[in-house]
Design a binder for this molecule. Sequence first.
Ligand code: ADP
Ligand code: ZN
Length: 304
Amino acid sequence: NYAVGIDIGGTKTALGLISSDGQVLTKTSLTTDLSLQPSDMVDKIAEAAFRLLSDEGLQQADLKGMGIGAPGPLNTKLGQIAEPPNLRNWWNFPIIHSFKRHFQVPIVLENDATAAALAEKWTGAAKAADHFIYITISTGIGAGIYSHGRLITGATGNAGDIGHMVIDPSRGLCNCGQRGCFEFIASGTAIAREASSLLGRRVTSKEVFELALSGQDPVMERLVNRVFGYIGTGCVTLINTFDPELLVIGGGVSQVGAPLFEAIRDYIKLHALNPSGRNTPVVPAALQQNAGLIGAAALIHTHY
Ligand code: ADP
Ligand code: ZN
């Protein structure tokens, strides 16, 4: 009783066979080749999925379904990718219809951060929570919102796109046309961009945190503290809006670990409006790089 979980990203696509108790039986990944037509890319993903099945001595009839997590904006009502900035040639692509050419099983599509939140609920850091928010701070910033024991997906699957919540309009123009969006000023991409311009050489966000947290570079230290403040601001707005009992933070930037988590907790303690919100636990994601495909499979295996 397996589901295929597929996590489509701007650079790579991960897929796996996931059992009904959330275990990854087998997985693989492919480069998301943006020079291919999306339907040709779907053919390659389907071929990889059939190979995973046959390697395990399974066939399509052993599948309960297929779940797909993809970057937003998308339209889950229509089963389509909408306009994700990092999948330009996939715009308006009817992805479910395309996979149905290969798989005659139920196929479900959700936003990748929403799927990752469901994974954390199913087998990760949020198993016991009825109200929590999963936040990913990576190339961009996104969230999955789980409230009253279910996912909040919105009308078209785009709920939780917090990357374009305005945090500080004085900090420059985002590609969406607004100023000071959360991901424009606090994502891994933003941190690297800002630091590179301050230092006059290219640095990664990982190097920025190393320089700042070792106390070697006061300019990087100020930058990192400012970013911690932005992330805290985003978290407080989510706490004030949804009153969650838990925040789960994942994505590449969450690898920074304790200094990041402590800064977020301190900020929340000072600024969350409701007294119980001030002590909201903030914990690292448990599943990290598997969250996407486990979450995609959870769309099939769980009621959400
Ligand atoms: P994706 O966005 O493709 O899902 P990740 O979740 O790995 O990928 O996020 C990548 C971003 O996280 C990049 O901006 C990268 O610089 C940053 N990042 C990765 N590891 C670390 C780290 N240890 N410390 C700080 N930033 C990191
Ligand atoms: Zn924006």
